[in-house]
Design a protein. Structure first.
Length: 190
């Protein structure tokens, strides 16, 4: 069984919307505003690319990443790895031709089937709604969170407000950086 890792930039109050500056959100680009850049705080991003064997995302994140990430040196390892997009509306005609093998999954059951295959970790980027659905369905195995010392108020959140049983997490790695960022890696206790 493959490990599904959710990776996110998240504000202290749980917002994950538009960290890189995507249009339409009042606080867009919050990861780069008024916070000193420390390269060591982002080392986990390079490690994730080396450790992951596939990438998973929702349609909205795919449509945001696919025009930009294929040509970025910072994301070179992702260009060649298999990608899976969970969408009920995306078609093969909408897939980027320069970003490697991409498979469209139509449901959470398809994600569960993918997890049951042989292979290494699958990394989940962006995709707030998909993160919530996968978490609520018990399909996420690990969280790699880079928590920013910000309160953003409104915005898409990493976790749903669904009334559900307690889900226990085990802290497996953490680091605090001089700029206030905190790396928190949790395994989900199944």
């Amino acid at each position: 069984m493959r490990t599904l890792i959710s990776t996110a930039f998240v504000s202290l109050d749980g917002v994950v919307e538009a960290p890189g500056g995507e249009a339409g959100y009042r606080n867009a680009g919050w990861t780069f505003k008024d916070i000193d850049f420390l390269p060591e705080a982002f080392d986990i991003k390079g490690r994730e690319q080396k450790e992951a064997t596939a990438m998973l995302m929702g349609r909205t994140s795919y449509e945001a990443f696919s025009p930009v990430w294929p040509d970025m040196a910072d994301f070179a390892d992702y260009k060649v790895m298999p990608k899976y997009v969970v969408s009920t509306t995306l078609t093969e005609d909408n897939l980027a031709s320069n970003w490697g093998e991409t498979t469209i999954l139509r449901s959470l059951d398809d994600v569960a089937t993918l997890k049951d295959t042989e292979g290494g970790p699958i990394i989940l980027h962006g995709s707030a709604a998909l993160n919530q659905s996968l978490s609520d369905a018990g399909l996420i195995d690990r969280y790699h969170l880079l928590v920013f010392p910000l309160l953003l108020g409104a915005g898409k959140r990493l976790f749903s407000a669904t009334d559900k049983d307690t889900q226990k997490l085990k802290l497996v790695e953490h680091q605090v950086y001089a700029n206030g960022l905190q790396k928190q890696d949790f395994d989900v206790v199944h």
